[in-house]
Write a protein that binds this ligand. Structure first.
Ligand code: AMP
Length: 396
């Protein structure tokens, strides 16, 4: 069966068509600038890439252009829409309502809408994507896969903040965590690799990309994670500050004579390694600037690694030990320098780095030496495949 995986943003739509038997990508692509003008980039596997600048006033038009591209005689990959067995939608925020993926019906749509307040930029766009697909494929089953769902197993002591309890009761102020699909996918693979798919286990997943988070996974379940009420919390990221004394927000608003919203915007978009270095949010640029002697780029890299090592340490303490760690996402899979910097803090856990293994990138690798007590791996994430698997599982 072919599964159509849809990731809808406010002005974009990313998609993949995945064969659920071979788990191969049949086609993938992206609609950009929806509601502004519009561009479709369609990559059918084994055929030439197709690009089209075309008016996309709304998401329904974007979905219909994608479906046309998928069934087109020249650059299509299927004959007609009946060859799409199901649609898996990535949904950013499921609040406390969704602890796992669900088949979408009207009640689910309403419940996702009730979470809009918690992710005002993302959830409304996700819902528009569902409606657009439903309008064009009314008979095709659809599944919602939530970024937050994997973390719903966190205990209260991990997800509550030290603020009056009423704010949790009345406004649902708590840690939710994100990147759940990736943490779930990578932790399952890590548990396979260390032979602990069942029974007790303690692992830590480091999803290090432009947005980064680290999760403690005990017996296969998330027990703590570094992102919080929003994805701004935790690690220092490409442009996000990560954890910061909240008093700084008010102090900066007063010093810069700007609103709290504007300070939060700075913490989201102009901070992180980009703001620290003044060079870039991209770790390739940072590394080359650091190699050229740029001190702020060097300190940005050091801060990133230091913060990551602090989270790893705190989760090892929280679980009273750790069997294995996995690095994943753009930086975790590709950046040997950053991995080595983080690994340099792991000696106390009985870890020894295999330098030659660490020089590889973009593939599954064991970074620890054979003698190392702590096993550390690179495991490429694949959120689309994870969504396709969840979708298949639910509609079977
Ligand atoms: P993501 O958000 O997962 O796509 O990750 C983006 C980050 O991964 C950027 O900071 C990139 O510098 C980093 N990255 C991606 N590919 C490479 C690569 N080949 N070498 C080093 N860093 C990379």
């Amino acid at each position: 069966m072919n599964i159509f995986v849809v990731n809808c943003g406010s002005s974009s739509l990313k998609y993949q068509l995945i064969d659920s038997v071979t788990e191969k990508v049949i086609a993938k692509g992206l609609c950009e600038r929806i509601g502004i003008d519009g561009k479709l980039t369609h990559n059918p596997t084994g055929k030439d890439k197709f690009e089209e600048t075309v008016d996309m006033p709304d998401h329904k038009t974007a979905v219909s252009l994608v479906l046309k591209a998928l069934t087109d005689e020249a650059h299509g990959v299927i004959k007609d829409l009946s060859e799409i067995g199901a649609v898996g939608h990535r949904i950013v925020h499921g609040g406390e309502k969704f602890a796992k993926s669900v088949v979408i019906d009207d009640g689910v749509m309403a419940a996702i809408e009730e979470c809009n307040d918690l992710a005002p930029l993302h959830n409304p766009a996700n819902l528009i994507g569902i409606s657009a697909c439903k309008a064009l494929m009314p008979q095709t089953p659809m599944v919602a896969v939530f970024d937050t769902a994997f973390h719903q197993t966190m205990p209260k002591k991990a997800y509550l903040y030290g603020v009056p309890y009423e704010y949790y009761n009345d406004y649902k102020v708590r840690k939710y965590g994100f990147h759940g699909t990736s943490h779930s996918f990578v932790s399952k693979r890590l548990l396979q690799l260390i032979g602990k798919e069942s029974g007790p286990s303690k692992v830590i997943i480091c999803h290090l990309g432009n947005g980064s988070s680290i999760t403690a996974v005990k017996d296969g379940c998330s027990v703590d994670t570094s992102m919080g009420f929003t994805p701004l919390d935790g690690l220092i990221m490409g442009t996000r500050s990560g954890s910061i004394d909240p008093a700084v927000v008010q102090y900066l608003a007063s010093k810069l004579d700007i609103s709290l919203d504007e300070v939060i915007d700075i913490l989201n978009k102009k901070s992180g390694v980009d703001g620290i270095s003044g060079v870039s949010s991209d770790f390739r640029d940072l590394e080359s600037a650091s190699n050229d002697g740029n001190e702020r780029a060097t300190v940005a890299l050091e801060m990133f690694a230091y913060r990551a090592a602090q989270y790893i340490g705190s989760y090892a303490a929280a679980m009273n030990g750790v069997d294995a760690i996995a690095f994943t996402a753009g930086i975790g899979e590709n950046n040997a320098t950053v991995r080595k910097m983080i690994c340099s803090y792991l000696g106390y856990l009985g870890f020894e780095l295999d330098e030659e293994a660490n020089s590889k990138r973009g593939e599954e690798i064991m970074l620890s030496t054979a003698d190392s007590k702590l096993k550390v791996y690179v495991i490429p994430t694949n959120e689309e495949l994870a969504i396709a698997r969840e979708t298949l599982e639910l509609i079977k």
